[in-house]
Design a protein around this ligand. Structure first.
Ligand code: UFG
Length: 344
């Protein structure tokens, strides 16, 4: 059984990926410092799969602890490196925190891989590296634009660090996955997105408003050059995204590729506006979401959606879930969270 290290494994995408890995027979070791997640996520994973993954409360920035962790779990076959800060606005306020956490953790992992004879890494990148693309849908060949935020810059620099490191070490292999906007939750509603404090991202704000935790959702701008004036994104079900990681890991471990580095867009290929998301959510759940139009949020790109054909053709992967089902799953998760809070 192959052993996979999942950094950030109690986080939103990390926990869903852990479930899919375990379902496919992989053994998972999670490293997470719980800075933006909760230890209870392990219970959710165990409820779904019947397996509690190994867990180490370690900050990937801590080289010595990471080194010890690799010693403890001998024979890690591959790494999926999710652990990172990801709030665009916060990164503008605290740039050094973002550069330290997102880049030092990656450098530590790349440095420790050859020492512990781990050859394969899947890296969490983002469509944020494209900024506002000139041509839509955006392909992997689109130029990397000047980053709009320190967060975005950490993803661009992270990709460069991987390219430079692998150029100097022919034994290492990596797949870089550029995510569009992950939303939704596992169908069991046992795990989902659980941001600390006031959500930055659209979907948790929508579901928290629907459940009554927030009075009103702010829609950031309706004067963009889009059909209804609100921003357009490519929203992808988090479980579809998780499944792509399993395929990527298998591709590296089963040596289905000769390329040392490959980069894939992970999106649906469909752009939806903020207002379309709100309207579809209201339609499929029957629950109202009070909202008001406010000014633009600084740093937002107007519209971006993926050309996922490279991932479709080469990985044999497609985002399968409909946006309706995805929004229903996000709502089921929010309701489950509310139920749990009542019990406590
Ligand atoms: N939005 C609102 N109101 C809100 C929150 C968001 O109108 O309360 C709008 C935004 O303006 C944007 C859209 O909803 O038009 C999506 O916003 P998100 O914050 O959910 O996601 P982003 O498209 O800003 O994506 C960013 C980065 C990604 C990163 C993602 C997760 O570009 O790389 O945040 O943090 F992965």
């Amino acid at each position: 059984m192959s052993k996979i290290l999942v950094t950030g494994g109690t986080g939103y995408i990390g926990s869903h990926t852990t479930v899919e890995l375990q379902k496919e027979g992989f053994e998972v070791v999670i490293v997470d410092n719980l800075s933006n997640s909760n230890i209870d996520v392990l219970n959710g994973i165990e409820k779904i799969t019947g397996i509690r993954p190994a867990f180490e409360n370690i900050d990937c920035v801590d080289y010595v602890s990471m080194d010890r962790m690799f010693e403890k779990y001998q024979d890690i076959d591959a790494i999926i490196h999710f652990a990172a800060n990801k709030a665009v606005g916060e990164s503008v306020e605290k740039p050094l925190m973002y550069y330290r956490n997102n880049l030092v953790s990656l450098i530590n992992i790349l440095q420790l891989m050859p020492i512990h004879k781990v050859k394969s890494m899947v890296f969490s990148s983002s469509c944020t590296v494209y900024g506002q693309p000139d041509i839509l849908p955006v392909t992997e060949q689109a130029p990397i634009k000047l980053a709009q935020s320190p967060y975005g810059n950490t993803k661009q620099i992270g990709e460069e660090i991987i390219h430079d490191t692998l150029a100097a070490n022919a034994d290492l292999q990596s797949i870089i996955l550029r995510y569009f906007n992950p939303i939704g939750a596992h169908a069991s509603a046992e795990i989902g997105e659980l941001p600390n404090g006031v959500p930055n991202n659209l979907l948790p704000f929508v579901t928290q408003t629907a459940i009554g935790m927030r009075k009103q959702l702010s829609v950031f701008g309706n004067d963009y050059n889009t059909p209804d004036g609100s921003c357009v994104r490519d929203y992808i079900h988090v479980v579809d995204l998780a499944k792509a990681h399993v395929i990527a890991v298998k591709r590296l471990l089963e040596k289905n590729t000769n390329a040392q580095i490959e980069t894939f867009n992970l999106g649906t290929g469909r752009g939806l506006s903020v207002l379309e998301i709100i309207e579809t959510f209201i339609k499929v759940t029957g629950v109202d979401v009070p909202y008001k139009i406010v000014g633009r949020r600084s740093g937002d790109v107007e519209k971006v959606w993926a050309d996922p054909s490279y991932a479709n053709n080469v990985l044999g992967w497609t985002a399968a879930e409909t946006v309706e089902e995805t929004l229903r799953s996000a709502w089921a998760w929010e309701q489950n969270l509310a139920k749990r809070a009542e019990i406590i």
